[in-house]
Design a protein around this ligand. Sequence first.
Ligand code: FES
Length: 166
Amino acid sequence: MNNRGQNTEYRRQNLDSFNAEAQIIVAKYDKKSAAVLPLLHFAQDKIGYVTPEAEAWVAKHSEVPLVHVHEVVTFYSMYHKNPVGKNHIRFCTTTSCVLMGGEKVLAHLKKKLGVENGGVTEDGKFSLEEAECLCACEVAPMMQVQDKYYGPLDEKKVDEILDKIK
Ligand code: FES
């Protein structure tokens, strides 16, 4: 187990090698400033999380002040401020999911991965984040892995999902 795993280092790349891609993204919008969110997504996809250097890269291409880019990054939970695993798990810890047994399932997930909230597995394959309601209460308890939602969960289903992803 490690915190915010150094194993994600392999995902780091110099964003300046993607300047041409940034210009293509920016060209899709009437105003360069409208490209902040897609540029941040692009940067995060390439290097795994939004570093201060990535914020500066987005600010440069969108011509938005760096402080505003930083505000966006810190406002939206979809942007990672620290390294995450290849498969980032967001486990809902809000009321509906808790009432449907989410705490027990989350404890099982933590034990299985060997990480606590905010941790990254040794092999860098998974990271775990406890999240507020992910607006899928009808399948509580639930979790999000990358862009996919899973629920209702129990310990057996969590095992099956992790095995399938591996
Ligand atoms: S409370 Fe868990 S998805 Fe809404």
